[in-house]
Design a protein around this ligand. Structure first.
Ligand SMILES: [Zn+2]
Length: 283
Protein backbone atom coordinates (compact mmCIF):
# COMPACT_ATOMS: atom_id res chain seq x y z
CA UNK A 1 0.00 0.00 0.00
CA UNK A 2 1.19 3.52 -0.74
CA UNK A 3 0.53 6.75 1.10
CA UNK A 4 -2.07 8.84 -0.79
CA UNK A 5 -0.43 12.08 0.33
CA UNK A 6 3.30 11.70 -0.28
CA UNK A 7 3.15 8.52 -2.43
CA UNK A 8 5.77 6.92 -0.21
CA UNK A 9 6.04 3.15 -0.34
CA UNK A 10 7.53 3.14 3.15
CA UNK A 11 6.16 0.67 5.68
CA UNK A 12 2.97 1.88 7.27
CA UNK A 13 1.90 1.41 10.81
CA UNK A 14 -1.61 0.63 12.01
CA UNK A 15 -3.08 3.46 14.03
CA UNK A 16 -6.29 2.03 15.41
CA UNK A 17 -9.54 2.17 13.51
CA UNK A 18 -11.77 4.67 11.89
CA UNK A 19 -15.29 3.95 13.09
CA UNK A 20 -18.27 5.23 11.17
CA UNK A 21 -21.97 4.69 11.69
CA UNK A 22 -22.59 3.14 8.29
CA UNK A 23 -19.39 1.29 7.40
CA UNK A 24 -18.32 0.23 10.89
CA UNK A 25 -14.63 -0.36 11.56
CA UNK A 26 -11.91 0.35 9.03
CA UNK A 27 -8.17 -0.01 9.67
CA UNK A 28 -6.45 3.35 9.89
CA UNK A 29 -2.81 3.66 8.80
CA UNK A 30 -0.12 6.21 9.40
CA UNK A 31 2.63 7.04 6.95
CA UNK A 32 6.13 6.91 8.45
CA UNK A 33 7.41 9.67 6.22
CA UNK A 34 4.76 12.37 6.41
CA UNK A 35 3.01 11.15 9.56
CA UNK A 36 -0.45 11.62 8.07
CA UNK A 37 -3.17 9.07 8.70
CA UNK A 38 -5.54 7.53 6.16
CA UNK A 39 -7.68 4.47 5.46
CA UNK A 40 -7.46 2.24 2.43
CA UNK A 41 -9.47 3.46 -0.54
CA UNK A 42 -12.30 1.21 -1.66
CA UNK A 43 -14.76 1.29 -4.53
CA UNK A 44 -17.35 3.14 -2.46
CA UNK A 45 -15.14 5.60 -0.56
CA UNK A 46 -17.11 8.80 -0.08
CA UNK A 47 -20.36 7.15 -1.15
CA UNK A 48 -23.49 6.58 0.86
CA UNK A 49 -24.38 3.22 -0.70
CA UNK A 50 -22.35 0.04 -0.33
CA UNK A 51 -20.66 -2.23 -2.86
CA UNK A 52 -23.57 -4.64 -2.99
CA UNK A 53 -25.96 -1.96 -4.23
CA UNK A 54 -23.48 -0.71 -6.82
CA UNK A 55 -22.91 -4.22 -8.16
CA UNK A 56 -26.68 -4.82 -8.15
CA UNK A 57 -27.28 -1.71 -10.25
CA UNK A 58 -24.61 -2.70 -12.74
CA UNK A 59 -25.88 -6.24 -13.03
CA UNK A 60 -29.52 -5.24 -13.54
CA UNK A 61 -28.41 -2.79 -16.19
CA UNK A 62 -26.32 -5.40 -17.97
CA UNK A 63 -29.25 -7.81 -17.92
CA UNK A 64 -31.25 -5.25 -19.88
CA UNK A 65 -33.28 -3.40 -17.22
CA UNK A 66 -33.69 0.33 -17.88
CA UNK A 67 -32.23 2.99 -15.58
CA UNK A 68 -35.67 4.08 -14.37
CA UNK A 69 -36.74 0.55 -13.49
CA UNK A 70 -33.50 -0.07 -11.61
CA UNK A 71 -34.01 3.15 -9.66
CA UNK A 72 -37.54 2.09 -8.73
CA UNK A 73 -36.50 -1.42 -7.81
CA UNK A 74 -33.56 -0.54 -5.56
CA UNK A 75 -34.92 2.72 -4.21
CA UNK A 76 -32.08 4.79 -5.62
CA UNK A 77 -32.47 8.09 -7.48
CA UNK A 78 -32.36 7.54 -11.27
CA UNK A 79 -29.71 10.21 -11.65
CA UNK A 80 -27.55 8.23 -9.23
CA UNK A 81 -27.99 5.15 -11.38
CA UNK A 82 -26.94 7.08 -14.46
CA UNK A 83 -23.87 8.49 -12.71
CA UNK A 84 -22.81 5.10 -11.38
CA UNK A 85 -23.12 3.46 -14.77
CA UNK A 86 -20.79 6.07 -16.17
CA UNK A 87 -18.29 5.93 -13.31
CA UNK A 88 -18.13 2.18 -12.81
CA UNK A 89 -18.58 1.45 -16.49
CA UNK A 90 -15.42 3.45 -17.17
CA UNK A 91 -13.62 1.59 -14.42
CA UNK A 92 -14.73 -1.72 -15.89
CA UNK A 93 -13.52 -0.57 -19.28
CA UNK A 94 -10.08 0.23 -17.84
CA UNK A 95 -9.47 -3.39 -16.92
CA UNK A 96 -11.45 -5.20 -19.62
CA UNK A 97 -10.11 -3.30 -22.61
CA UNK A 98 -6.58 -4.53 -21.80
CA UNK A 99 -7.39 -8.07 -22.89
CA UNK A 100 -8.05 -9.49 -26.33
CA UNK A 101 -7.21 -12.87 -27.87
CA UNK A 102 -4.65 -12.41 -30.64
CA UNK A 103 -6.01 -15.03 -33.03
CA UNK A 104 -9.01 -17.27 -33.64
CA UNK A 105 -10.09 -19.89 -36.19
CA UNK A 106 -13.12 -18.29 -37.76
CA UNK A 107 -14.33 -14.74 -37.32
CA UNK A 108 -17.96 -13.82 -37.96
CA UNK A 109 -18.76 -10.18 -38.57
CA UNK A 110 -21.98 -8.32 -39.18
CA UNK A 111 -23.66 -5.02 -38.38
CA UNK A 112 -26.93 -3.69 -37.00
CA UNK A 113 -28.19 -0.19 -36.42
CA UNK A 114 -29.48 1.74 -33.47
CA UNK A 115 -31.73 4.75 -33.46
CA UNK A 116 -30.26 8.00 -32.16
CA UNK A 117 -32.30 11.16 -31.85
CA UNK A 118 -31.91 12.32 -35.46
CA UNK A 119 -29.74 9.69 -37.05
CA UNK A 120 -28.64 6.07 -37.02
CA UNK A 121 -25.70 4.54 -35.26
CA UNK A 122 -24.19 1.59 -37.06
CA UNK A 123 -23.05 -1.10 -34.69
CA UNK A 124 -20.30 -3.15 -36.28
CA UNK A 125 -19.76 -6.36 -34.39
CA UNK A 126 -17.73 -9.52 -34.70
CA UNK A 127 -17.59 -12.75 -32.73
CA UNK A 128 -15.06 -15.56 -32.86
CA UNK A 129 -16.44 -19.04 -33.41
CA UNK A 130 -14.09 -20.93 -31.09
CA UNK A 131 -13.62 -18.55 -28.14
CA UNK A 132 -16.91 -16.56 -28.52
CA UNK A 133 -15.04 -13.29 -28.10
CA UNK A 134 -17.27 -10.34 -28.94
CA UNK A 135 -16.01 -7.07 -30.42
CA UNK A 136 -18.36 -4.13 -30.90
CA UNK A 137 -17.41 -1.00 -32.75
CA UNK A 138 -20.07 1.65 -33.25
CA UNK A 139 -19.74 4.15 -36.07
CA UNK A 140 -21.91 6.88 -37.60
CA UNK A 141 -21.19 5.72 -41.13
CA UNK A 142 -21.84 2.57 -43.04
CA UNK A 143 -18.71 2.37 -45.14
CA UNK A 144 -15.70 0.14 -45.63
CA UNK A 145 -13.55 2.31 -43.34
CA UNK A 146 -15.77 1.36 -40.38
CA UNK A 147 -15.64 -2.31 -41.38
CA UNK A 148 -11.86 -2.05 -41.52
CA UNK A 149 -11.68 -0.59 -38.01
CA UNK A 150 -13.82 -3.44 -36.72
CA UNK A 151 -11.59 -6.08 -38.30
CA UNK A 152 -8.49 -4.40 -36.91
CA UNK A 153 -9.91 -4.47 -33.41
CA UNK A 154 -11.15 -8.07 -33.63
CA UNK A 155 -8.92 -11.11 -33.05
CA UNK A 156 -7.10 -12.17 -36.22
CA UNK A 157 -8.75 -15.15 -37.95
CA UNK A 158 -6.42 -17.89 -39.15
CA UNK A 159 -8.85 -19.69 -41.45
CA UNK A 160 -11.88 -17.71 -42.51
CA UNK A 161 -13.90 -14.55 -42.06
CA UNK A 162 -17.64 -14.99 -42.52
CA UNK A 163 -19.58 -11.82 -43.37
CA UNK A 164 -23.00 -11.01 -44.77
CA UNK A 165 -23.46 -9.86 -48.33
CA UNK A 166 -22.68 -6.24 -47.45
CA UNK A 167 -20.47 -4.64 -50.03
CA UNK A 168 -18.46 -2.80 -47.38
CA UNK A 169 -16.63 -5.96 -46.30
CA UNK A 170 -14.96 -7.18 -49.50
CA UNK A 171 -12.08 -4.75 -49.54
CA UNK A 172 -11.32 -4.53 -45.78
CA UNK A 173 -11.14 -8.32 -45.34
CA UNK A 174 -8.39 -8.50 -47.97
CA UNK A 175 -6.61 -5.49 -46.64
CA UNK A 176 -6.62 -6.43 -42.95
CA UNK A 177 -6.26 -10.22 -43.10
CA UNK A 178 -4.32 -10.74 -46.31
CA UNK A 179 -4.83 -13.43 -48.93
CA UNK A 180 -4.40 -16.51 -46.72
CA UNK A 181 -7.70 -15.94 -44.93
CA UNK A 182 -10.80 -17.13 -46.76
CA UNK A 183 -13.61 -14.61 -47.07
CA UNK A 184 -16.95 -16.42 -46.94
CA UNK A 185 -19.99 -14.39 -47.87
CA UNK A 186 -23.12 -15.82 -46.29
CA UNK A 187 -25.85 -15.27 -48.84
CA UNK A 188 -28.67 -17.41 -50.25
CA UNK A 189 -27.40 -21.01 -49.98
CA UNK A 190 -24.88 -20.22 -47.27
CA UNK A 191 -27.22 -18.11 -45.18
CA UNK A 192 -27.05 -20.66 -42.34
CA UNK A 193 -23.38 -19.78 -41.84
CA UNK A 194 -24.54 -16.50 -40.43
CA UNK A 195 -26.84 -18.06 -37.83
CA UNK A 196 -24.08 -17.86 -35.28
CA UNK A 197 -23.62 -14.09 -35.46
CA UNK A 198 -27.38 -13.54 -35.77
CA UNK A 199 -27.75 -15.21 -32.37
CA UNK A 200 -25.16 -12.88 -30.88
CA UNK A 201 -26.86 -9.89 -32.43
CA UNK A 202 -30.23 -10.78 -31.06
CA UNK A 203 -28.78 -10.63 -27.55
CA UNK A 204 -27.28 -7.21 -28.30
CA UNK A 205 -30.71 -6.07 -29.52
CA UNK A 206 -32.31 -7.40 -26.40
CA UNK A 207 -29.92 -5.26 -24.41
CA UNK A 208 -30.44 -2.06 -26.38
CA UNK A 209 -34.16 -2.33 -27.10
CA UNK A 210 -35.54 -1.27 -23.69
CA UNK A 211 -33.80 2.08 -24.13
CA UNK A 212 -35.96 3.08 -27.14
CA UNK A 213 -33.30 5.19 -28.77
CA UNK A 214 -30.45 7.29 -27.42
CA UNK A 215 -30.16 11.05 -27.31
CA UNK A 216 -26.39 11.25 -27.19
CA UNK A 217 -23.82 9.36 -29.18
CA UNK A 218 -21.36 8.85 -26.34
CA UNK A 219 -24.13 7.37 -24.19
CA UNK A 220 -24.95 4.80 -26.84
CA UNK A 221 -21.27 4.01 -27.39
CA UNK A 222 -20.63 3.52 -23.66
CA UNK A 223 -23.79 1.42 -23.40
CA UNK A 224 -22.56 -0.94 -26.09
CA UNK A 225 -19.07 -1.09 -24.65
CA UNK A 226 -20.47 -2.20 -21.30
CA UNK A 227 -22.38 -4.93 -23.07
CA UNK A 228 -19.23 -6.11 -24.80
CA UNK A 229 -17.41 -6.45 -21.47
CA UNK A 230 -20.42 -8.18 -19.97
CA UNK A 231 -20.44 -10.73 -22.78
CA UNK A 232 -16.69 -11.35 -22.64
CA UNK A 233 -16.04 -11.25 -18.90
CA UNK A 234 -19.18 -11.87 -16.86
CA UNK A 235 -21.89 -13.75 -18.70
CA UNK A 236 -21.74 -17.55 -18.75
CA UNK A 237 -21.47 -18.94 -22.23
CA UNK A 238 -23.22 -22.26 -22.82
CA UNK A 239 -20.88 -23.10 -25.71
CA UNK A 240 -17.86 -22.77 -23.43
CA UNK A 241 -19.04 -25.07 -20.65
CA UNK A 242 -20.90 -22.30 -18.82
CA UNK A 243 -17.90 -20.06 -18.42
CA UNK A 244 -17.29 -16.54 -19.69
CA UNK A 245 -14.89 -16.32 -22.68
CA UNK A 246 -12.29 -14.39 -20.67
CA UNK A 247 -12.15 -17.13 -18.02
CA UNK A 248 -11.72 -19.79 -20.68
CA UNK A 249 -8.90 -17.81 -22.25
CA UNK A 250 -7.25 -17.35 -18.85
CA UNK A 251 -7.48 -13.54 -18.75
CA UNK A 252 -9.21 -13.46 -15.35
CA UNK A 253 -9.57 -15.87 -12.47
CA UNK A 254 -12.64 -15.48 -10.32
CA UNK A 255 -12.92 -16.98 -6.86
CA UNK A 256 -14.59 -20.38 -6.88
CA UNK A 257 -18.31 -20.35 -7.75
CA UNK A 258 -18.42 -16.56 -7.96
CA UNK A 259 -21.81 -15.29 -9.08
CA UNK A 260 -22.22 -12.42 -11.52
CA UNK A 261 -22.32 -9.77 -8.79
CA UNK A 262 -19.08 -11.05 -7.28
CA UNK A 263 -17.50 -11.16 -10.72
CA UNK A 264 -18.38 -7.51 -11.28
CA UNK A 265 -16.91 -6.53 -7.91
CA UNK A 266 -13.80 -8.61 -8.57
CA UNK A 267 -13.20 -6.82 -11.88
CA UNK A 268 -13.91 -3.38 -10.39
CA UNK A 269 -11.54 -3.94 -7.46
CA UNK A 270 -8.86 -5.14 -9.84
CA UNK A 271 -9.34 -2.06 -11.97
CA UNK A 272 -9.14 0.18 -8.91
CA UNK A 273 -5.86 -1.27 -7.65
CA UNK A 274 -4.41 -1.29 -11.16
CA UNK A 275 -5.36 2.32 -11.73
CA UNK A 276 -3.95 3.43 -8.37
CA UNK A 277 -0.64 1.78 -9.17
CA UNK A 278 -0.44 3.64 -12.49
CA UNK A 279 -1.38 6.92 -10.83
CA UNK A 280 1.41 6.55 -8.29
CA UNK A 281 3.94 5.75 -10.96
CA UNK A 282 3.02 8.94 -12.80
CA UNK A 283 3.32 11.15 -9.71
ZN1 LIG B 1 3.03 9.87 3.44
Amino acid sequence: MTCPYCKAQTPLIGRGFRVTKRRGKAQRYQCKRCNRTFTQKTLVTGMWYDEETVAGVLLLHLEGVTELDIADFLGVCWRTVERWLEKFGNLLNKICSRFKPATCNTLHSDELFLKLLHRFLYVWDSCTKDSKWLTIRPSLKRNSKSAEHLLQESPRPLEANVTDGAFSYTEPVRKVHGRQVKHIVATDDHKYLNNFIEGVQSTIRRFTRPRRGFKRIHKAVNHLRRYQHYHNFIKNNVGLGNKPPAVRLGFVHYPNKANKKQRILHLLNQALSFWQKIKHRLC
